[in-house]
Design a binder for this molecule. Structure first.
Ligand code: T4K
Length: 375
């Protein structure tokens, strides 16, 4: 066990060989077409649609704007129920749309929104549920669909972490009314910044495409209040180059995940969040839960001590969104209502996990972690 010579981070972007990008950029330079539905955008949209095995896909400049457009395109008013154990973008998008944010607690095994807790939070003002496939672990998609059907609610999934995930052979993008993907630099598949909305309804896709271009239908007609959500050609070029390497990256991460699971097995108080049976994983993050009573050290102790070894893990998602100053005032943000999320928020740590790490690097991270308990 030794400190790393260079810092190692929770994740690093998947970067294609420069030559690969050079050829695509050359074409963009020749065309002199940089944004507004360019040819690279068109090709990437179709390739991703095929890769993700979904019927309709619209590209966006980032996942957050995509989420805003999803909420707007459905014409929602009232309360939207979501998880507090997510990135800030999820609750922020609900608030930005002027909708009422309601938190419900999570399932301690998957760390995803718990359908039973969602059902208890439904009122006559509820219009939609916004579950997140946290760390790429699929939500209870059957349970959520049943609730949505029973109460006539819209179902929008935040799949920012779930690129390429499959549940019993079905694409993660085939559930609910709309699914959002993020292609931020830190995601398994990236276009530096970027995102997409996926749906099964052609009219909805047309609305996405209209709304992400200010609502401009043609030179004479502007329909509705749109926004600038367009992915530009440089982002699309990056996406096209990265897509060629995504399977390789995923295979590398799968191998590293096996090493983590083997090396951390049997350490009291350390639980690795493993893939569910029947699920093809995105291998987006490698999350562990540190149980202070059993491990003898807190998650925060582990997080701080790792830095002495040049290991920069991340406390995703701490602080919980329900504890942000903007949301603390909400009745549903009461920690009594979110006991599991508040507990888990103090236990989770995402460890370094990206294809350019070696299995020996991972073994070293695990040895360092083990040493925190022993000494
Ligand atoms: N919903 C969920 C559930 C999400 O997790 C996110 C985004 C969204 C919605 C919104 O999607 P986008 O609008 O972003 O498309 C990062 C990302 O910025 C954010 O996209 C992501 N979730 C979130 C989980 O992680 P930070 O504040 O942790 O990023 P940062 O800059 O600290 O980067 C983390 C580590 O990654 C660094 O320690 C080093 C490494 N890194 C990062 C960047 C940007 C690199 O090696 N190279 C890079 O270029 O939020």
């Amino acid at each position: 066990m030794k400190a790393f010579d260079e810092p190692i981070y929770v994740t690093r972007p998947l970067l294609p060989p420069l030559e690969e990008l050079h050829d695509i950029l050359k074409e963009i330079w020749q065309d002199k077409w940089l944004t507004n539905n360019g040819s690279k955008h068109t090709v990437l949209e179709e390739r991703l649609r095929q890769y993700l095995r979904v019927s309709r896909l619209s590209l966006f400049n980032n996942g957050t704007v995509a989420l805003l457009v999803a909420l707007k395109a459905l014409g929602l008013t009232g309360e939207v129920i979501t998880t507090p154990f997510t990135f800030a973008a999820t609750p922020h998008s609900i608030e930005w749309m002027g909708l009422q944010l309601v938190f419900a607690d999570i399932d301690p095994n998957t760390l995803n929104l718990d359908p039973a807790r969602v059902e208890r939070a439904i009122t006559n003002k509820t219009c939609a549920i916004l579950p997140v496939h946290v760390f790429g672990t699929p939500c209870d998609v059957v349970g959520f669909q049943q609730i949505a059907d029973k109460y006539g609610l819209k179902l929008i999934y935040d799949a920012a972490h779930a690129f390429g995930v499959e549940v019993q052979g079905s694409s993660i993008g085939s559930f609910g009314d709309i699914t959002m993907f993020s292609f931020h630099a830190t995601k398994l598949f990236n276009s530096a910044e970027g995102g997409a909305l996926v749906c099964g309804d052609e009219d909805l896709k047309k609305r996405f495409d209209l709304m992400k271009n200010f609502g401009i239908k043609n030179e004479e007609v502007v329909e509705g209040t749109g926004i600038n959500g367009k992915m530009n050609e440089l982002q699309a070029a990056m996406g096209l180059a990265v897509l060629k390497y995504v399977d390789l990256e995923r295979a590398r991460r799968e191998r590293l995940k096996r090493t983590y699971v083997e090396e951390l097995r049997g350490i009291p108080g350390i639980r690795v969040l493993e893939d569910l049976p029947g699920v093809k994983s995105s291998s987006q993050y490698l999350a562990v839960l540190v149980n202070e009573q059993e491990f003898g050290r807190s998650r925060d102790y582990v997080y701080e001590r790792f830095k002495d070894y040049n290991v920069f893990a991340r406390k995703y998602f701490y602080p919980l969104c329900s504890n942000f100053t903007a949301y603390r005032r909400l009745p549903s943000a009461d920690p009594e209502n979110l006991q599991i999320a508040n507990l888990v928020g103090k236990q989770v740590l995402c460890l370094p996990f990206y294809g350019s790490l070696s299995p020996d690097d991972v073994k070293n991270v695990c040895l360092i972690l083990r040493s925190f308990r022993e000494h």
